[in-house]
Design a protein around this ligand. Structure first.
Ligand SMILES: Cc1cc2nc3c(=O)[nH]c(=O)nc-3n(C[C@H](O)[C@H](O)[C@H](O)COP(=O)(O)O)c2cc1C
Length: 371
């Protein structure tokens, strides 16, 4: 059973008005607690899937040797410590990215560090990578059998020490070694806008050094690089050229934006006195879509693209897929629309594929640029 209209109504009319009156980080923590509790028991997992998950063979595909039951994943940053893996498929997701995990435990930036931009359907995120650290998380997840594909998103520890290139590389190496046998793919997050030293590894020379060092660790898992929504289109070629020389199979496009001058962001930030942070949600959508198109035009099927940023509907997801994304991820859409959104997107994708005469989601990947 999939009952989207009831849950959409319940979320929008009852839960969301309550949640949106409370501090966003408090709600985030409570959702993590609830999700982790629901994932603990077979009966609660089953009931959740009865109400939320939507399956269809047209959505199943194999990407880089990994079987995905549908193309919609939870993006990195919601489940930083990997506590939700058991409930994620029941909510309807086809995969999950845990993290960002850093080599050392990190408390993140001082609070307050998460805000809503309700008018723009976005969030302002200044978490600064809080997480329990690679050792603790890897120990807990070691040997665990996951019920859906899991990506391990790794970033350099948010500290002054790791802001320096060499220490940042060592930090990444420690995480990737600890997670060698955990999860199905790895993401190297070079685009966190909220940590010491900023996005230093997004610069092609520094990225070359980082990826070169990581090449020495053979994990057998595909490796993705996650890029910023603010990556200039003119730098896509350089980034792909660097990746071509290393053990990289794909890109995640994209992380948050800091272009405050776009789409009235500055005014909305000023209203709440916010002076820092990266923006998620609708303000990232067009930036991410343009970057996906630019990456796909440059590399075609040579790299796998995962599209992320402002996915609030099946149409949003389909637009990213047609531009070249094999898979999509989201966080903010689920917060604004409710957890039934994942099933709604999957159901909507099947309708869109049928309308356009495709038999499987993989046939729609990059069609905007293939004719
Ligand atoms: C609360 C929050 C925390 C995030 N933390 C991370 C993170 O730790 N690592 C990361 O790679 N991206 C992080 N992101 C970025 C998301 O993964 C995603 O790239 C971005 O939010 C755009 O997707 P969305 O519009 O669907 O939220 C975070 C986003 C949000 C909203």
């Amino acid at each position: 059973m999939f009952a989207p209209s009831f849950f959409r109504w319940g979320y929008k009319q009852v839960l969301k008005p309550i949640f949106f009156r409370m501090d966003p980080e408090v709600i985030h923590d409570r959702m993590l607690g609830a999700g982790s509790a629901l994932g603990r028991f077979g009966i609660t997992r089953w009931l959740t899937s009865v109400f939320f998950a939507y399956q269809h063979p047209m959505l199943e595909q194999e990407v880089l040797g990994i079987r995905f039951s549908n193309p919609v994943g939870l993006a990195g940053g919601f489940d930083k410590n990997g506590k939700l893996a058991d409930i994620i498929p029941s909510v309807g997701f086809g995969f999950e990215e845990i993290g960002s995990i850093t080599a050392e435990p990190c408390a993140g930036n001082p609070k307050k560090r998460l805000w809503r931009l309700a008018k723009l359907k976005g969030l302002v995120v200044n978490y600064g990578l809080p997480n329990k650290g690679a050792e603790v998380i890897a120990k807990r997840l070691e040997g665990k059998v996951f019920r859906c594909p899991i990506g391990v998103n790794m970033a350099k520890t948010n500290s002054q020490v790791c802001a320096v290139d060499g220490a940042g590389i060592e930090d990444h190496l420690k995480s990737i070694r600890l997670f060698k046998d955990i999860g199905d793919y790895d993401t190297i997050n070079v685009s966190c806008p909220n940590s010491f030293g900023g996005q230093s590894f997004q610069n092609p020379e520094a990225m070359d050094r980082l990826l070169g060092a990581l090449d020495s660790v053979q994990t057998g898992k595909p490796r993705f690089v996650k890029v910023s929504a603010d990556l200039p289109i003119s730098e896509v070629d350089a980034m792909v050229t660097v990746a071509e020389h290393h053990n990289v199979q794909g890109f995640i496009i994209s992380n948050l934006t800091k272009q405050y001058e776009r789409s009235g962001i500055a005014q909305e930030l000023a209203k709440q006195g916010i002076t820092t942070g990266g923006i998620s949600g609708k303000p990232t959508q067009e930036l991410a879509d343009n970057l996906i198109a630019a990456f796909y035009a440059r590399c075609g099927d040579r790299f796998v693209l995962i599209g992320c940023g402002g996915v609030f509907s099946a149409e949003d997801a389909y637009a990213k897929i047609k531009r070249g994304a094999s898979l999509v991820q989201l966080i903010t859409g689920m917060i604004y629309e409710g957890p039934q959104l994942i099933g709604e997107i999957n159901r909507g994708l099947v309708k869109l594929l049928k309308r356009d005469g495709y038999r499987n989601i993989s046939e729609a990947v990059g069609v905007d640029y293939r004719s």
